[in-house]
Design a protein around this ligand. Structure first.
Ligand code: HEC
Ligand code: HEC
Length: 157
């Protein structure tokens, strides 16, 4: 009888443990979210946002395009700058998306963006000079390449 009680307690404890672990590993939702100038809600500057903000990932919101903008020194963040995605090189073709960089230097969106044909990114800071990426990207995970080691951080001035 005693043995039965003990195993029941063990089971209950194990159950509670499993429950609390599931709660910690809860997946992020697909809730819609796009960055705005002066906002402070983001974090993890310079990291590949889509490591977590993807379907099945823990980040809240599944981003279609996201990254971090720096100043020309590639170290200081460049808040309140702007990212553009065009279908053509050097700002030609259609402007598919305009993303506001927030107060932390991050930009992100969960809006549907079609990268299948490749898109040409551009960036503009307070100087007003447009910086163009000379090739297309087929992914919106900008920091996946612009990580500061294999490819320079994103920048504008
Ligand atoms: C290591 C995983 C991870 C990385 C990398 C990551 N995030 Fe997150 N993010 C999370 C988690 C988990 C949450 C929800 C809990 C919280 O707010 O911390 C979150 C929340 C957020 C929120 C708030 C969402 C809301 O609705 O309140 C924003 C905005 C955000 N992340 C932006 C970014 C950006 C931009 C990047 C890349 C520069 C990034 N995150 C990188 C895990 C991550
Ligand atoms: C597959 C890797 C890769 C991805 C993904 C990528 N880039 Fe780039 N990007 C590069 C490389 C390499 C250069 C430098 C050569 C050039 O301009 O094509 C560059 C240059 C740039 C430049 C011009 C230099 C600068 O930093 O001002 C901008 C702007 C830019 N990228 C924006 C973006 C944005 C925004 C995204 C996400 C939507 C993105 N890139 C995704 C590889 C990538």
């Amino acid at each position: 009888m005693k043995k039965i009680i003990i195993s029941a307690v063990t089971l209950a404890l194990a159950g509670a443990l499993v429950l609390s672990q599931t709660a910690c590993e809860k997946e992020g939702s697909s809730s819609s979210n796009t960055s705005n100038y002066n906002e402070n809600e983001s974090h993890n500057m310079g990291q590949n946002c889509m490591n977590c903000h993807k379907s099945g990932g823990q980040g809240d919101g599944w981003f279609t395009a996201a990254g971090t903008m720096y100043k020309a020194d590639l170290v200081t963040l460049q808040p309140n700058s702007t990212v553009y995605l065009y279908t053509g090189a050097n700002g030609t073709g259609n402007l598919v998306a305009t993303l506001e960089v927030d107060a932390k230097g991050n930009f992100y969106t969960t809006n549907a963006i079609d990268f299948s044909g490749g898109l040409y990114p551009a960036a503009k800071g307070p100087s007003g000079t447009m910086h163009y990426m000379s090739q297309v990207t087929r992914t919106g995970a900008c920091n996946g390449c612009h990580n500061g080691s294999t490819t320079d951080h994103l920048y504008c001035d």
